[in-house]
Design a protein around this ligand. Structure first.
Ligand code: CTP
Length: 400
């Protein structure tokens, strides 16, 4: 897949510079054409000659510009056009700061800024530096600029401490590089996911809620965003990845969820209704905290039925693929089929919440796919992220 691809490898000054040599070898083995650019600091760790030998090309450094000016060689413009993928590895806090703030004061920062090729950045640094708010702000800025940042690994650092800041393993780096050349399977697909249990207020401090952790919905949203979909996540819990593909809308009640869903449904291709919607809400929310009365033993909260959000939105379908969930404790398949028909959805992902390892607040689930005119298909017990990955592959192969 990398054959003939033009990859520019920017090496900046950190102890992990020596590990970049193996990346160059791997890229060359995969028949990529590799141009290495090194900062002054990187050259303190490893000489350009080593990189030049492995990449089979002269390395570009600040000195190289001066020498080649007579040859009419303008690296930052030539490289901009030549590069299919720019990889910065290792990336120091310094180059991250420059990229985020538009500072171009050496060959590396200038050429990186001049290229419109996709960029892949592998930060490595001391844990405290990584956690520094300035660095994190710069990372967020790069995320917004659609630059792919791969978080450093945790483990033993060169300065003798344990912490986050290590360069990921070679294999992970290569997978990330390959991913940059793979067309995302869900590119161009607009997905809405609802997640978490709704909270229906009784008074300003109390609510009616449920046990849903939101994990299944969040996994569905994260994996879809990772596969290139544009995801709108309407959620009562905040636990999703920060991704330029994911727009998180935080809500609390069923009515708020319904309103947001109505705002976004028309422009969507897929709806995954993973939220645990409360079927009832207090008919009246008290303005002040309800006080207990010493003479009274019995209290009554009058409940009002919430709308069936899924059933109502499915009436407005205009080509969307609509998926509901069914959490049951008995008669899984008949009850799930009933929901499929009554709510007029395209698929129900049913699970028996009374089974060990399934349902609320656990990381695993056993799902049965129910569709019109198809036999139910039960998947083995697996993690919620694996279910999400399997679901989106299924969607891409059978429905999209
Ligand atoms: N759902 C909804 N609005 C509700 C209740 C449920 O949109 N007021 C959605 C859920 O998000 C889920 C599906 O409908 O995708 C099935 O939810 P579930 O709680 O299993 O079933 P209910 O319809 O509430 O029926 P019952 O509680 O009687 O099983």
């Amino acid at each position: 897949m990398l054959k003939g691809k033009h990859i520019t490898l920017y090496v900046t000054g950190g102890i992990a510079v020596y590990k970049s040599l193996n990346i160059v070898r791997e890229l060359i083995k995969n028949q990529a054409e590799v141009q290495v650019v090194m900062t002054k600091a990187a050259q303190e760790f490893v000489t350009p000659l080593t990189f030049a030998t492995l990449s089979q090309r002269p390395v570009l450094t600040d000195n190289f510009v001066a020498q080649s000016a007579q040859d009419d060689f303008i690296p930052h413009i030539k490289l901009a056009r030549w590069t299919d993928l720019a990889v910065v590895v290792p990336a120091t806090a310094n180059i991250i700061g420059k990229l985020a703030n538009g500072i171009a004061d050496d060959l590396t920062s200038t050429t990186l800024m001049a290229t419109s090729a996709p960029k892949l950045i592998f930060p490595t640094m001391n844990t405290t530096m990584w956690n520094n708010p300035a660095v994190q702000t710069n990372i967020n800025t790069l995320n917004l600029m659609d630059i792919r940042i791969v978080d450093p690994d945790s483990g033993f650092l060169a300065e003798g401490e344990m912490g986050k800041g290590r360069l990921p393993e070679l294999n992970t780096i290569m997978v990330e590089i390959f991913k940059m050349f793979t067309k995302p399977l869900l590119a161009g697909t607009n997905v809405i996911v609802t997640a978490g249990g709704t909270k229906e207020a009784i008074d300003p401090v109390r609510f009616i809620g449920n046990n849903s952790s939101g994990k299944m919905g969040i996994a569905m949203a994260n994996v879809a965003a990772d596969m290139g979909a544009h995801v709108t996540l309407i959620t009562t819990v905040h636990d999703s990845l920060s991704s330029p593909n994911l727009n998180e809308i935080k809500i609390s009640t069923a009515l708020e969820m319904q309103k947001e869903l109505e705002n976004h449904f028309e422009s969507s291709n897929v709806l995954i209704m993973a939220a645990a919607v409360s079927d009832f809400r207090p008919a009246h929310k008290a303005d002040q905290k309800i006080k207990k009365n010493d003479d009274k033993e019995l209290y009554t909260i009058e409940l009002k039925k919430n709308p069936d959000i899924l059933k109502e939105i499915a009436k407005k379908k205009s080509g969307q693929f609509v998926v509901g969930f069914a959490a049951e404790t008995e008669n899984l398949i008949p009850y799930a089929k009933k929901k499929l028909h009554e709510k007029n959805v395209d698929m129900i992902l049913a699970n028996d919440v009374s089974k060990a390892g399934s349902g609320f607040n656990v990381d695993t689930n056993e799902i049965t796919l129910i569709r019109h005119d198809k036999d139910p298909e039960t998947w083995p017990l697996m993690s919620k992220s694996d279910i999400a990955a399997k679901f989106w592959e299924y969607y891409e192969q059978n429905i999209k």
